[in-house]
Design a protein around this ligand. Structure first.
Ligand SMILES: *Cc1c(COP(=O)(O)O)cnc(C)c1O
Length: 381
């Protein structure tokens, strides 16, 4: 699915040298590399504050802690995403409210958000799923009208640019009140272990969060709030510093590969290729606005046995993934008698149709041709 080795070969000299430098310096925790990476990412994103932490799941949890969300508060998020999003909501004693997604862009359904709002709703967590920015204009509008926080789960969308209706451009993760990301190795900006970060333009929130990640300390050995221990270590930071200057080129390589896949699948009636547009309704300012960084390239296959296709690809040496095979509202840990199956029509359908093909920065034409030919041959049998 990914080719981390091939990508490493291109940056090996810089990575190896800087890793050795960190080891020689022995500044493993909170060393200068962490601070420099933080500043470089702030500049890249055009955001006032980046707070590095241990992983993307922590980042989400800490963002919610920083906002002061309290048990009983309802947090609306998508039914079709990785479990981390709903997990931290539940872990903090907040009430997850899962809603359906849009069948075209796979992102949280704006109308479903509106329907789910109650007097207890405190926040919305859109996920920029598979690297495509959610419909942020509409989401911010709802949030402002109802006085809700927006926490962007940007684990899959780092580097994507969102164009608002007014023409202004912002990086994914800098539009809501706060955002989280993950530097898990296979993410678009991945380190060589675990890592994550929180972004915000709010000075007070950034201050609060900097204490939370460090045991609730604002003055050494004075613990003002209940915190956690969540750090990005210097070795991961130095690897991320080596990769950040390449992020735009990495995302461009993903877009190019996606374009070739989509070209090859055009006219195949059993295959629905992923959209390039963040607003499926078509009333967005987005006109190929770089709002998709293709963390995954995900097809829907229609009138086809998706699981048999997975098996067939694997037998032909082609890795593929099903993200995600089970709606979150049907997961044992997140069952809730208030849910109604009629409200999850899209997710219930997508889990049977989606298949993600290999997507990374090192895909070449020969691989794409082999993959697309094998898929087409199977679905048109
Ligand atoms: C990867 C991912 C996370 C969690 O990141 P980790 O660093 O693995 O904790 C959260 N949300 C989404 C959507 C992800 O893809």
């Amino acid at each position: 699915m990914v080719d981390l080795k091939g990508q490493y070969e291109h940056i090996k000299d810089r990575v190896n040298a800087s890793v050795i430098d960190v080891i020689e310096s022995t500044a493993f925790i909170n060393g200068p590399e962490v601070h420099q990476f933080q500043e470089e990412l702030e500049t890249y994103l055009g955001v006032k504050h980046v707070i590095p932490c241990a992983n993307g799941t922590d980042a989400l949890q800490i963002a919610m802690m920083g906002l002061g969300l309290q048990p009983g508060d309802e947090v609306i998020t998508a039914d079709f995403t990785f479990a981390a999003t709903v997990e931290v909501i539940a872990l903090l004693g907040l009430t997850p409210v899962l809603v359906d997604v849009d069948p075209v862009n796979f992102n949280i359904d704006v109308e479903a958000i509106k329907k789910a709002i109650t007097p207890r709703t405190k926040a919305i967590v859109p996920i920029h799923l598979f690297g495509l920015v959610a419909d942020m204009d509409a989401i911010m509008e709802i949030a402002n009208a109802h006085n809700l926080y927006v926490i962007e789960d940007n684990a899959q969308g780092i580097g994507a640019t969102y164009t608002s209706k007014d023409g202004s451009k912002k990086k994914a993760g800098t539009i809501g009140h706060v955002a989280s990301t993950s530097f898990f190795p296979s993410k678009n900006l991945g380190c060589y272990g675990d890592g994550g970060a929180i972004f915000t333009n709010d000075d007070d929130l950034a201050h609060t969060i900097r204490g939370i990640v460090n045991h609730g300390m604002y003055v050494r050995y004075h613990h003002d709030v209940v915190g956690v221990n969540s750090r990005l270590d210097s070795l991961q930071a130095t690897i991320l510093r080596a990769k950040l200057p390449h992020l735009d080129a990495y995302n461009e390589a993903r877009r190019k590969a996606a374009e070739k896949y989509t070209q090859a699948f055009s006219g195949i009636k059993n295959i629905i290729t992923p959209t390039n547009f963040c607003n499926a309704g078509g009333d967005s300012a987005c006109d190929s606005c770089d709002c998709h960084v293709f963390h995954q390239y995900t097809l829907r296959v229609i009138d086809t046995d998706r699981d048999a296709l997975v098996k067939h690809l694997n037998e032909n040496g082609i890795p593929c993934g099903v993200y995600y095979p089970i709606p979150l509202h049907l997961q044992k840990a997140y069952l809730d008698e208030r849910y109604n199956e009629a409200d999850f029509v899209v997710t219930n359908q997508l889990v049977n149709e989606v298949i993600s093909l290999p997507m990374h920065t090192e895909l070449d034409d020969e691989q794409i041709e082999f993959i697309t030919k094998t898929v087409i041959k199977f679905v048109t049998r």
